[in-house]
Unconditional design. Structure first.
Length: 251
């Protein structure tokens, strides 16, 4: 049975182009051309990339480079986007919060490229500027999980949970990492805590089901997974629950 941590910790959502534009407009360029290029990445990524290249040739600078990098992400060319975003983040003239966000975007691009080592470096660079950022700590945890560095994954998630102790998603991710590391009692405690906060949290039910199955409680595992499918049939947790149910013959 596939380890849940491989599913949950490696899943991420790259920052939406519109969000990036609103945050970066002041730091890079608040011109209408920049805003339009960023918006275009969402509906015509190739067109946005071509536009960014032409703009850069005409002296568009960091604005054009950033739009082009985000267009590459939308095109699925993650390994090309990663170094471009890292290079943008290295600009000393940018304010520290903006450099942190650029490094975070670079790390997410590297994660999408399935390069956990480079992702970890980018996220670590981001944390130099915002050392207690919960979301960036969680991102680095994903990079470390991709490398099966369970101790590092646990450390980042524990630090994030110190700042935001009721984040059920982080509790489940830490439970997954602890389960993979053989710390089963601690993993169960994290799942119990997550379900105490959010009783019908699908990811927690999927992980609890995996733990029950491992202990030989197939009926209990099936019940947890069936509940996930019933409550949120179109969720990613339900997709994994359905996969597990097909393996046990309960569906």
């Amino acid at each position: 049975m596939r380890c849940y941590v491989a599913f949950s910790l490696a899943v991420l959502i790259f920052p939406a182009a519109a969000t990036a534009a609103s945050d970066m407009g002041e730091g890079i360029d608040n011109s209408s051309r920049y805003q339009q290029c960023i918006q275009l990445t969402r509906i015509d990524a190739q067109g946005a990339y071509n536009q960014a290249l032409a703009w850069h040739s005409a002296g568009g600078g960091s604005s054009a480079e950033h739009c082009g990098a985000l267009a590459l992400v939308q095109l699925g060319r993650y390994a090309e986007a990663g170094p471009k975003l890292d290079m943008l983040a290295q600009q000393l003239s940018l304010k520290p919060p903006l450099r942190a966000q650029l490094y975070d975007q670079a790390g997410n691009a590297w994660l999408l490229a399935e390069d956990g080592a480079r992702a970890e470096v980018s996220f670590s660079n981001a944390l130099v500027f915002t050392p207690h950022d919960v979301d960036i700590l969680a991102d680095r945890a994903r990079a470390r999980a991709m490398r099966k560095d369970w101790a590092g994954t646990d450390a980042d998630l524990s630090a994030a949970l110190t700042s935001d102790p009721d984040r059920t998603d982080l509790l489940v991710l830490r439970a997954s990492a602890r389960h993979a590391a053989g710390r089963k009692a601690d993993a169960r405690a994290d799942i119990a805590r997550a379900l105490a906060i959010f009783p019908n949290y699908g990811d927690a039910l999927v992980e609890r089901g995996a733990m029950k199955y491992e202990d030989g409680d197939v009926k209990g595992a099936d019940a947890d997974w069936q509940q996930v499918v019933k409550l949120a049939p179109k969720s990613r947790a339900a997709a994994l629950a359905s996969e597990y149910l097909s393996q046990t013959g309960a569906r």
